[in-house]
Write a protein that binds this ligand. Structure first.
Ligand SMILES: Cc1cc2nc3c(=O)[nH]c(=O)nc-3n(C[C@H](O)[C@H](O)[C@H](O)COP(=O)(O)OP(=O)(O)OC[C@H]3O[C@@H](n4cnc5c(N)ncnc54)[C@H](O)[C@@H]3O)c2cc1C
Length: 235
């Protein structure tokens, strides 16, 4: 989002009048809650330097009041416009059901079932994944749409096997890979991490203009696929 704002301000010719600051719980730029992906730290630090965006890492927000945010180290940041994402937690339905952990995540086995209730499956953003490493400020493993569709396909296969018989597929969430096309203003980056959690068999990280076009094309393809209910198509 900060790269999109940077790009918009430059297009409007107002960037030199608008300081930008990125406040993150990550220990360094490009950590992504994944301990970094390939050269992500170098890429993100270069990008922030080139775009003249200030970054505060390992930051914890104490309070947000109109026009001002207070961090727990005493720093106060004035702002005209801000966007903050609160710490990620599960939905009330899961928290109240007692099926998840205290944060509202479902801890699933390698078949995407709850170990204690094997007729209940969990996929996607509701699934809990242990952090890859301790960080000064806790950071969670991000869950993407691509991971979600992969988990959903595995769970659907296993539910069908429960009903119709046949073998289930065991594919633990820790082995699921991630493919991400991330907008970066006038460009975008392709990130492939297989598996998402380290150590990895394969990592690709490329910032290229064509990735932006690929993302626009993928969005049209994916939305059409969903509208048609053609879930057997890849992606
Ligand atoms: C701003 C943003 C940008 C993102 N960009 C990308 C991206 O570019 N690429 C990518 O791969 N991923 C992206 N993601 C992540 C992706 O959106 C999620 O990983 C994915 O949507 C998770 O799918 P899901 O089906 O598990 O959950 P959701 O898509 O959140 O679906 C859960 C559904 O359950 C419903 N629900 C909640 N509680 C109840 C209840 N009690 N009863 C009934 N229904 C309920 C919700 O309304 C919702 O419709 C992004 C996420 C965000 C927030």
């Amino acid at each position: 989002m900060i790269f999109e704002i940077d790009h918009l301000l430059r297009k409007m010719g107002r960037r030199s009048k608008t300081p930008l600051c990125f406040v993150t719980a990550e220990p360094y730029l490009g950590h992504f809650g994944l301990g970094g992906v390939g050269k992500s730290r170098r890429l993100m630090e270069d990008e922030f330097a080139e775009k003249d965006i200030k970054a505060l890492c390992s930051a914890t927000v104490d309070e947000i009041i109109p026009g001002r945010v207070k961090l727990n180290d005493g720093t106060e940041l004035p702002f005209n416009y801000s966007m903050f994402a609160p710490p990620f937690r599960g939905v009330d339905a899961i928290i109240n059901s007692g099926l998840g952990n205290p944060k509202g995540w479902l801890m699933v086995d390698e078949y995407y079932r709850l170990p204690k209730h094997q007729n209940i499956y969990g996929v996607g953003v509701s699934v809990g994944i242990m952090p890859v490493e301790p960080t000064p400020v806790p950071t969670g493993v991000p869950k993407t749409g691509n991971m979600t569709t992969n988990m959903a396909k595995l769970a659907a296969h296993n539910i069908a096997a429960d009903i119709q018989g046949g073998s289930k597929i065991a594919y633990p969430v820790t082995e699921i890979g991630v493919v991400c096309l991330a907008d970066m203003g006038d460009s975008a980056s392709l990130m492939v991490a297989k598996p998402a959690l380290p150590p990895r068999q394969q990592t690709i990280l490329k910032k290229k203009r064509w990735v932006r076009w690929a993302k626009l094309g993928f969005e049209r393809y994916f939305m059409t696929k969903m509208k048609l209910g053609a879930t057997y198509l890849p992606g």
